[in-house]
Unconditional design. Structure first.
Lengths: 201, 222
């Protein structure tokens, strides 16, 4: 459970970004997910957007490695929940619905991208920027790079666990797999990540 | 959570992910884009609230009501049948005389309950002879009703063609004769022989058949 999550869960203004808002809102099933029952789809989408859009985009960025694609994925998820709002029996599960939708659409994006990259000419790898000179940045970029090298399911499990701070059950629901599969993907992903980081160091 | 306690790699992974995620700033017009998409989707599926099946159901209902109205009102039905061309399939080649006789045969249909079918079948003139023979057998009661059907069909049908009237009238006369003998063969012969146009003189005109004459004599008396 992330600490001090009660204050920063509410969407603040555009001026300042709270530090831990991402993790907190992803866990916010327990708080904001409770959309009032009488709300219509427009009101619910607006409320969900102001509370979860940013965190969901960041989650999607970690999954699809591209901000534009991540935003599109999350926007699609919001449009989908707007259309499915009447059929959504438990409005408290709105965030879970959004998260699952983001994960599924991220998979679709990666699948499509894999097909495109398979037939597209390969370009030069991204050159490290000047700010990557810092040790922390190197470490971070190494971790992210190692994370990107993982299989999709393992990456999803690690992102949802270490970034989203979700429980096994929540990860299983978001990924559409069992808890045992979540454990397996997490363990394998961590082993592969550890191996990659040991090689880096 | 059932995960084992985070090791150092887990903490490292968490920090790196948060740092990477925090570097992402979504575009501020995300909500506008979502609303635009929702509106465009509404435009595409604007009739979701009123599906096409409702329109089809209302049209089908209107057609059904119109059809029932046409079928209930006889004049309208015949008019529609003539315009559409369903008339030949209805009754055959003799439509006009049938309509004339049908109006005439209505009274007998109402008075004797058991004789209703033979009278209706009396409209086809030539084919009527076998039919009454069958129907006269079972129906022995309708003797008093004889005068009604006979004059009326003969009066109405004689005008078109004279040959038809004798066949029709004996039919009616045979009805009184047949119940008494109760023999299945005699009624068939009875109507063919008797040529009397009217029902009342039938007992006198049918000399050949003794049982029929006796029955006829009894019927006027009763």
């Amino acid at each position: 459970m992330p600490p001090n999550d009660s204050e920063e869960r509410k969407p603040s203004g555009n001026d300042e970004r709270p530090i831990d808002v991402t993790t907190e809102t992803l866990v916010a099933d327990r708080s904001l997910g409770a959309v009032p029952v009488g709300w219509d789809a427009d009101m619910a989408v607006t409320a969900l957007y102001s509370a979860h859009y940013r965190s969901l985009v960041r989650l999607a960025v970690l999954l699809v490695r591209d901000v534009a694609s991540a935003e599109e994925v999350v926007q699609d998820a919001f449009v989908a929940i707007h259309g499915a709002w009447r059929r959504l029996r438990d409005t408290d599960k709105a965030l879970a619905y959004l998260r699952q939708s983001v994960v599924n659409r991220s998979r679709s994006v990666l699948r499509h991208r894999a097909v495109v990259e398979k037939y597209a000419p390969k370009g030069l790898p991204d050159a490290p920027s000047a700010e990557n000179g810092a040790i922390g940045e190197l470490e971070r970029s190494a971790v992210i790079e190692a994370l990107r090298g993982l299989p999709t399911r393992q990456r999803e499990a690690l992102v949802l666990r270490y970034y989203g701070d979700l429980s096994e059950a929540e990860i299983a629901h978001a990924m559409g797999i069992s808890k045992g599969a979540v454990k397996s993907h997490t363990a394998r992903g961590m082993a592969a990540l550890r191996m990659a980081l040991e090689q880096f160091s | 959570m059932n995960f084992p306690p985070d090791d150092e790699y887990g903490e490292l992974l968490r920090r790196a992910m948060r740092a990477e995620a925090d570097s992402v700033v979504p575009s501020p017009e995300g909500l506008e884009i979502i609303r635009t998409r929702i509106d465009s989707r509404r435009g595409l599926f604007g009739l979701r609230g009123m599906p096409w099946w409702r329109i089809g159901a209302s049209a089908a209902g209107a057609v059904l009501v119109a059809g029932t109205v046409v079928m209930v009102i006889p004049d309208l039905r015949t008019q529609v049948a003539e315009t559409v061309g369903i008339a030949p399939a209805n009754g055959g080649e003799n439509q006009p005389p049938d309509t004339g006789t049908s109006s005439v045969t209505r009274p007998p249909m109402a008075t004797p309950p058991g004789v209703v079918p033979p009278i209706a079948s009396a409209s086809p003139r030539a084919h009527a002879s076998p039919l009454p023979s069958h129907k006269t057998g079972p129906t022995a009661k309708p003797n008093p009703a004889r005068p009604h059907p006979c004059p009326s069909p003969t009066a109405g049908v004689v005008e078109p063609d004279a040959t038809v009237s004798p066949t029709c009238s004996p039919r009616e006369t045979s009805q009184p004769t047949t119940p008494r003998p109760t023999t299945p063969s005699t009624p068939t012969a009875g109507p063919t022989v008797s040529l009397t146009p009217s029902p009342t003189p039938t007992p006198a005109d049918t000399p050949t058949e003794t049982p029929t004459s006796q029955a006829a004599e009894e019927t006027p008396a009763s």
